[in-house]
Design a protein around this ligand. Structure first.
Ligand SMILES: NC(=O)c1ccc[n+]([C@@H]2O[C@H](COP(=O)([O-])OP(=O)(O)OC[C@H]3O[C@@H](n4cnc5c(N)ncnc54)[C@H](OP(=O)(O)O)[C@@H]3O)[C@@H](O)[C@H]2O)c1
Length: 340
């Protein structure tokens, strides 16, 4: 099968950073599906795993943690899917990725693809939808339902992949006031289109902007990007007993003692925790993806795909990695199909 892989961890402008390879087609084991991949999307995790270092892989390493495709074969004991089913999923960080014609995945973390979306539009969604759902509704415990609420949710980095889904989920499924951050006209417009009631600029001080839009303070904070930069201001704008959730990788330590005076709580969300530790409700991501598919097909949620970079090739993936490295993407970049 065709795949895109790496042997060496190189800067993205090096043509060897990602290469086109031929690999044996994998066989599904017990409880696993083999999926013919039609489309994939690219996430910052791909870029972080590919980051330059001296390590060299003796066998090609395939990246990619988002796919939409068709079940091609099933392993023993599979209960949830059959060959021919259209599916979408993010997979596991502990296993080979989805940038390949065929991919093997545990059926328990796979969902049915939204029927109303193309494969490309569907591939934009799994990793970021799972992250946003788990962060808002499980870690921050924002109540779902239409009951109006006085509470405010702040989404820092609202136009990114995770932010786009967090804005849609919060606006459509919860009663909170949703404030997003964005720094450019196109990312600001995108946040508004995803459902933000207000958009403030993360290149300026957040406190005075929030004092205008949310004078009562912020009960829920989804800190998606540059948490270490924004942390002191996030503590300042939080209400007493507020909840701060983060998903990124702070490069300097956070001074959590600053959270004591207001009894704030800190919540990590890592969407690969469930695939890594089966004890953590192994079917939960199957249910989340099916629920998201239902909401998409009902017209409640929309795809966050903004750019299709063309067929799944090393050259196109290197372009996509470079775009993610810029830190300025809006929504999601997708690649679909293999060259004929
Ligand atoms: N823990 C998990 O399970 C998990 C899951 C997914 C992602 N992540 C991590 O979470 C982070 C965000 O992921 P993503 O996919 O949403 O990223 P993304 O799509 O690459 O985010 C791009 C957005 O970041 C915004 N941004 C850039 N600089 C910023 C700053 N200083 N402050 C606030 N926002 C800024 C940009 O907005 P402007 O252009 O308007 O500046 C841009 O729209 C990444 O570090 C990723 O690795 C973790």
């Amino acid at each position: 099968m065709r795949a895109v892989a790496l042997h060496k961890y190189l800067p993205v402008d090096n043509p060897e950073a990602l290469i086109d390879v031929e690999l044996p087609t994998p066989e599904p084991g017990p409880g696993e599906l083999r999926v013919r991949v039609h489309a994939i999307s690219v996430n910052p995790v791909d870029v972080k795993v590919r980051a330059p270092k001296s390590q060299v892989e003796t066998t090609p390493r395939v990246l990619g943690w988002d796919a939409a495709g068709v079940v091609d074969a099933v392993g023993p004991g599979v209960k949830l899917f059959r060959p021919g089913d259209e599916v979408y999923y993010a997979g596991s960080i502990a296993r080979p990725g989805t940038n390949a014609e065929f991919h093997v995945v545990d059926e328990r973390i796979v969902g049915r693809k939204p029927r109303s979306l193309s494969f490309a539009q569907a591939a934009a969604l799994p990793l970021t939808s799972i992250t946003a759902w788990e962060l808002l509704f499980e870690r921050l415990e924002i109540p779902q339902g239409n009951a109006p609420s006085q509470d405010v949710l702040l989404v820092v980095g609202g136009a990114g992949g995770v932010g786009s889904m967090a804005l849609q989920l919060a606006r459509k499924l919860a009663g909170v006031t949703v404030v997003a951050t964005a720094s450019r006209p196109e990312s600001t417009e995108w946040c508004e289109a995803q459902g933000a009631h207000h958009v403030i600029n993360h290149r300026q001080s957040l406190v005075p902007q929030l004092q205008k839009r949310a004078p009562q303070g912020v009960r829920y904070i989804a800190s998606l990007t540059a948490t270490d930069t924004h942390f002191p201001e996030l503590v300042e704008v939080a209400t007493p007993f507020g909840r701060l959730g983060l998903i990124d990788d702070p490069t300097k330590p956070l001074d959590i003692s600053a959270m004591k005076r207001k009894s704030l709580s800190l919540h990590w969300e890592f969407m690969f925790t469930r695939p890594l530790y089966e004890a953590a409700d192994p079917l939960a991501q199957h249910r989340i993806l099916n629920r998201v598919a239902d909401l998409v097909d009902a017209g409640t949620l929309r795809t966050t795909m903004t750019q299709d970079f063309g067929p799944i090739t090393a050259a196109n993936l290197r372009r996509a990695h470079a775009a993610i490295e810029s830190g300025r993407t809006v929504g999601k970049i997708v690649l679909s199909g293999f060259p004929s």
